[in-house]
Write a new protein. Structure first.
Length: 318
């Protein structure tokens, strides 16, 4: 494989990902005519059309799909070879591509990337945040940081943090509308809906021993942004489901209270996912170890039993 072929592979992978000739040209610091010419030379050499062109976007032909599959595998093998050669060096180096959820990635992971970059200056980090999960293999990501279960059987995962979920509300809401005593009471309350991916709107699921029960709740406010719904709960608009990672400081300060603390909801454990068939690079291992280290300290779990006892004491004093 010559240098031009290796560069062509990377060019085509980027083109397939962006589905735009002008976008690929900008990413590679080329003019659009130069990128078009490059693709034409590749197609002429192969004797096959790799993409279907329209005025606004491109799509891969069957031959293009085949080229992409092999190009991705070859580029990955080259990366593994380089890692095997340089792996004995003391400090990790090279390109590390990370994906995370939009809000959590922006507020929590991005500062950690900054710390990691200071500790390992030879690692080049490309960090992308998206509102939906991405295909790590097709997108050539080393890892993704997500809450919840493994989204793809082709992936492996490492748990970064255990993270239970609770119902919560502000004291002023509970004083005005009362505190639910059982799960069914939620049907009479104002619930704040956090829309996530393709979840059914307003359906809250609870774990009862070995099965799951679904409850269709209602409320006047809903959003796909976690920070927004948390702010609404703090403002007293209703009952919300949040993880203890988000809740701990607000519960301790008294701005939010746990509702139905013995109700069990599916957990929102934090995982880092990575392609199963890919050997982890030293830089990927270093970043995952760094995440595990950083998520050990700042977390204070919610003690549901203690909250029940404290609420009973407050009720007795009134």
């Amino acid at each position: 494989m010559n240098t031009d072929s290796a560069t062509d592979f990377e060019f085509f992978i980027l083109l397939a990902k962006l589905k735009s000739m002008s976008g690929a040209a900008r990413a590679l610091d080329l003019t659009p005519p130069a990128a078009t010419k490059r693709l034409g030379i590749m197609e002429k050499r192969l004797g096959a059309q790799l993409v279907n062109r329209t005025t606004r976007s491109i799509s891969l032909t069957p031959e293009g799909e085949t080229y992409l599959r092999y190009a991705t595998q070859i580029v990955e093998k080259v990366r593994e070879m380089e890692e095997a050669i340089t792996g004995a060096r003391t400090d990790p180096q090279g390109l590390l591509r990370i994906n995370a959820t939009l809000g959590f990635g922006r507020t929590t992971i991005a500062p950690l990337v900054s710390e990691f970059a200071k500790r390992f200056p030879q690692v080049e980090v490309q960090f992308e945040v998206t509102d939906r999960p991405v295909d790590l293999i097709e997108g050539a990501f080393d890892m993704a940081i997500r809450f919840g279960e493994l989204p793809d059987s082709r992936l492996s995962a490492r748990r970064i943090m255990s993270n239970r979920r609770f119902l919560c509300a502000s004291p002023k809401y509970l004083e005005r509308f009362g505190t639910p005593e059982k799960i069914e009471d939620l049907l009479q309350h104002r619930c704040i809906i956090h829309r996530q991916n393709d979840d059914a709107h307003g359906v809250w699921r609870f774990i009862d021993e070995d099965h799951t029960e679904a409850l269709k709740v209602r409320g006047a406010l809903s959003s796909n942004d976690g920070d927004i719904v948390l702010r609404w709960a703090l403002d007293g608009h209703g009952i919300l489901i949040r993880s203890e990672w988000d809740l701990a400081k607000y519960v301790q300060s008294g701005r939010l209270e746990i509702v139905l603390p013995n109700a069990v909801l599916p957990s929102a454990d934090l995982f880092v996912y990575y392609p199963r068939q890919r050997n982890q690079t030293a830089r990927a291992r270093a970043f995952i170890d760094f995440l595990v280290e950083r998520f050990q300290a700042p977390f204070i779990p919610v003690d549901a039993g203690k909250l029940v006892r404290e609420r009973k004491k407050r009720g007795a004093r009134r």
